[in-house]
Design a protein around this ligand. Structure first.
Ligand code: AMP
Length: 207
C-alpha cells in the first residue's frame, strides 16, 4: 500500500505504525536518500543538495533506488510506501514493478503542515518522529526507544518547507486523480491526533 499527502501530513508516522502492526517494511525513499547521504555514498553525494533545498530527485534515480529496495526479501509479503510515488512518471513505473492494494491520501491544512514540519524532530537510529509540542520525547532531544540524540532535518526550515509544499501541489497532487481513477484511493483527515488517524486507517485496510 502507499501513502499520499504533503510533507508533514503524517505519512511517516502512520507508515511506521502500520509496518509494526503488519510486519511488512516501511519503505521511505526520503529515508533511503538520507541513509546514503549519511554514509557519503556516491548516490548520497549526488542527491544531497537537492534534499537540502527541498527539491525533487530525478525520477530515474528515485525509481531505481525504490526498485532495488522492493527487490529485498523482506518486501515479498508486501510493503508500505511513504513518499513514493511523487510524480505521474514514478506512479507509472511503480505499476510495472508491483501491485498496489490501497492508496491513502492524508489531507491537512497548510497551517498544521507548517507547524508540524518546523517542530519536527527525528531519531537518526530508529527513524521515530517526534514533535517539540505535540509529540515530545520523554527527555528533551533524546529518543525514548534507543537514547539517540534527535535531530532537525535540514529541509524542515520554512524556506524548504514552502518549496516542498509548492512542489507537492504541482507534481504530486495529480496522483490523487491517478489512483482515484483506479478505484484505490481513500482520503483521511490527517490534521487530527495520530491515534484517531491511525484507527481510521486500520478500518480502511481492515486490520
Ligand atoms: P521525505 O522524507 O519523503 O520528505 O523526502 C525528503 C526528500 O527526499 C524530498 O524533499 C526529495 O528531495 C527527496 N525524495 C524523497 N522521495 C522522493 C521521490 N519519490 N521523488 C523525488 N524526490 C524524493
Amino acid at each position: 500500500m502507499l501513502f499520499l499527502g504533503p510533507p508533514g501530513s503524517g505519512k511517516g508516522t502512520m507508515a511506521a505504525r502500520l509496518s509494526a502492526l503488519l510486519g511488512i517494511p516501511h519503505v521511505s525513499t526520503g529515508d533511503l536518500f538520507r541513509e546514503n547521504i549519511n554514509k557519503q555514498t556516491p548516490l548520497g553525494m549526488k542527491v544531497k543538495k537537492t534534499l537540502d533545498s527541498g527539491g525533487l530527485v530525478s525520477d530515474e534515480i528515485t525509481v531505481e533506488i525504490l526498485r532495488t529496495r522492493l527487490g529485498l526479501n523482506d518486501a515479498i509479503r508486501g510493503f508500505i510506501l511513504d513518499g513514493f510515488p511523487r510524480t505521474i512518471h514514478q506512479a507509472d513505473s511503480l505499476s510495472k514493478i508491483d501491485n498496489i492494494d490501497h492508496a491513502i491520501e492524508l489531507r491537512c491544512t497548510r497551517e498544521v503542515l507548517i507547524r508540524r514540519l518546523t517542530g519536527r524532530r527525528s531519531c537518526p537510529v530508529c527513524r521515530r518522529i517526534y514533535h517539540v509540542d505535540s509529540m515530545p520525547s520523554l527527555v528533551e532531544n533524546i529518543c525514548d526507544d534507543d537514547g539517540a540524540q534527535l535531530y532537525t532535518r535540514k529541509d524542515d526550515n520554512l524556506e524548504s518547507v514552502n518549496r516542498r509544499l509548492a512542489l507537492y501541489e504541482k507534481e504530486t497532487r495529480p496522483l490523487s486523480d491517478w489512483y482515484g481513477a483506479k478505484g484505490l484511493l481513500r482520503f483521511v483527515n490527517g490534521s487530527r491526533e495520530a491515534d484517531v488517524v491511525f484507527e481510521e486507517i486500520r478500518e480502511i485496510v481492515d486490520i
